[in-house]
Write a new protein. Sequence first.
Length: 127
Amino acid sequence: MSRTTVHTDQAPAAIGTYSQAVKAGNTLYLSGQIPLDPQTMQMVEGDIDAHIIRVFENLKAVAEAGGGSLAQVVKLNVFLTDLGNFARVNEIMAKYFQQPYPARAAIGVASLPRGAQVEMDAIIVLD
């Protein structure tokens, strides 16, 4: 099986020993995205909604760079430092996904890189 890495300047550069995504066969594995602005590599300003939107935009950019789209996500993992924000994730997610929705996990965590309140990763099966 062939394996290639994916990179785009439209999403934050990797800040560690990982790739933005790895394509293996017809599956694209997107690394976790936090609400970093890809141009400045700083956390976006604003409330939790702005942070969730930035995460989805980062995932979208990586998906597109890998030849896919958010419509092809089969599994989405959501990590939140406050599960009280999960309703906001659901509301904003409805603007990025249509039925049938991907499988999903929502996990409460004590902390995330750079003090982020939200992080998401995804698995895409390319058509």
